[in-house]
Ligand binder design. Structure first.
Ligand code: ATP
Ligand code: MN
Length: 482
């Protein structure tokens, strides 16, 4: 007899047929009622043990966390809260779980503690929900792009280009760090390294995705990216997953439309397919916020917030317009910002982004046309515009409540001369990026794309508050455990 998953059993009519379930014990009440979970859904199934006809030694081994199987009739539940239950005729113990030693306990444990035992935290209700939602979002992203005719492109994880400027990189080498080979001039001799040149873990697949888009038309990447930035925040990881669509013939407006459609679609997908898990996460968030002062609590419940994002167009405005709003804002005038907004040209701090999203517009915001000086070399240069103090590029950042930047993108500079000039100004080695420039030399065309940080999306949808809690084994400064 093969096992049936609990998700399926809970959808089945109680006909008394014999079934077999396997899972982990969540609770065992009155030496009779087992709450069993197998990860297929948030809910447990109730297994009723016939304690009079079961060996007491076996009953003794039904402990929180133990892996067991139960065979028996699927019947209408006598108790409240569930439609069906299993009247067990046989219990099988697969793995005992000694409660004296088990680091998990059947009570609330802090997220900080659970992070230290990340190898076991999947077993909690919260993390079960988080990882089921994470899966659904990943699937929805692939579905969104596939349904629209995009091709999934796998860009390299190891790259030789260090010219992208997106962040600090991790070096990849097979050289013996204890005795690095040196050239006669005393430099490290990379000729003896595996790739015969310095290599790094990628910080973005965008440049390679652009190459694909120049023939396949619409592509996207979805892979791990690495940044050795020493930012110990609740929104940065050293290893994170990024989705990067790149589309030939798209301009900035098309790019914003695509990003907005994608976010709406995947959030809607989660609402539709993860209702039980989102309910658990919504309740968790309410509990967490009880410890906060009233004015710092969310105004909306988690699922209301998700629905709100789907139902309302994002606010679109230029960087220049945003600076005006921020300059004249109350917190700026009253000196409440840690970084006062003085003028045009500086990068926005997270407190400014959050003011725009959470206080001023009260919805997701897309900021466009940033000053060229604070954006990457490949972004398309705008024509000068009245009222805009300096040169800008066709960039767009999407800002989300509680998260800040969730998407960063742009229309790309497709004009060879202007791109080369910009690279020279920014001291970006042209020779090294000859392959990138070739796309502008041969059949160049307008195109645009963006990067969505997957964990920031998962953070938003699950209502978790630390990015380290939405990836299975987070990598951050000082931590590469598991
Ligand atoms: P931030 O200003 O928040 O550091 P960024 O400007 O460095 O972001 P991009 O280089 O534009 O970000 O990367 C695209 C997207 O990748 C961001 O919008 C964000 O969602 C995500 N992202 C960037 N850095 C990280 C990180 N260290 N950990 C997790 N996600 C990240
Ligand atoms: Mn960054």
């Amino acid at each position: 007899m093969s096992r049936t998953k609990i998700a399926e059993l809970l959808r089945t009519e109680p006909t008394g047929t014999e079934v077999l379930v396997k899972g982990w014990v969540k609770a065992f009440r009155n030496n009779q009622f087992i709450a069993l979970n197998d990860g297929s859904c948030a809910a447990n199934i109730q297994v009723v043990v016939d304690h009079e006809n079961t060996d007491p030694a076996l009953l003794d081994r039904i402990k929180f966390g133990a892996a067991i199987g139960a065979r028996g009739a699927l019947i209408e539940s006598q108790g409240k809260g569930q439609k069906v239950e299993i009247k067990a005729s046989e219990i099988i113990i697969y793995g005992d779980c000694n409660p004296e030693e088990y680091p998990l306990q059947p009570k609330k444990q802090t997220l900080e503690y659970l992070r230290e035992i990340a190898h076991l935290r999947f077993r909690t209700n919260t993390f079960g929900a988080v990882f089921r939602v994470r899966h659904a979002l990943a699937y929805a992203i692939h579905k969104f792009f596939n349904d629209r005719g995009f091709y999934y492109l796998h860009t390299p994880v190891i790259t030789a280009s260090d010219a992208e400027g997106a962040g600090e990189m991790f070096r990849v080498t097979t050289l013996d760090l204890d005795k690095l080979p040196r050239t006669e001039g005393g430099e490290i001799d990379f000729d003896q390294d595996f790739f015969r040149r310095p290599t790094n873990l990628t910080v973005s697949g965008q440049l390679e995705a652009e190459l694909g888009a120049m023939a396949l038309g619409e592509v996207y990447t979805f892979g791990p990216t690495f940044r050795a930035e020493n930012s110990n925040t609740t929104r940065h990881l050293a290893e994170f997953w990024m989705i990067e669509p790149e589309v030939a013939f798209n301009d900035l407006v098309d790019n914003m439309d695509l990003a907005e459609d994608m976010l709406r679609y995947v959030i809607g997908y989660a609402l539709e397919h993860c209702a039980d898990d989102l309910k658990i996460l919504e309740e968790r968030l309410v509990e967490e916020e009880k410890s906060k002062p009233q004015d710092q609590r969310s105004e909306m419940a988690l699922t209301d917030k998700l629905r709100f994002v789907i139902d309302n167009r994002f606010e679109r405005l230029t960087y220049t317009e945003a600076i005006d709003i921020l300059k004249n804002s109350n917190p700026n005038k009253k000196g409440k910002f840690q970084f006062p907004v003085e003028g045009w040209g500086t990068d926005l701090q997270s407190e400014h982004e959050r003011y725009l999203v959470e206080k001023h517009f009260k919805k997701p915001v897309i900021l466009t046309n940033y000053p060229a000086a604070i954006k990457a070399f490949y972004m398309r240069q705008d024509e000068p515009k009245e009222g805009v103090p300096g040169p800008t590029v066709s960039a767009m950042d999407i800002l989300f409540p509680g998260i800040g930047e969730i998407v960063g993108g742009s229309q790309r500079e497709e004009r060879l001369e202007r791109l080369v000039q910009r690279m020279r100004d920014m001291h970006i080695p042209e020779a090294e990026l000859y392959w990138y420039l070739d796309t502008r030399r041969f059949g160049s065309c307008p195109h645009a794309g963006f990067g969505l940080g997957f964990e920031r999306l998962v953070l938003f949808v699950t209502g978790m508050t630390n990015i380290r809690d939405v990836i299975a084994f987070p990598r951050y400064p000082g931590n590469a455990e598991f």
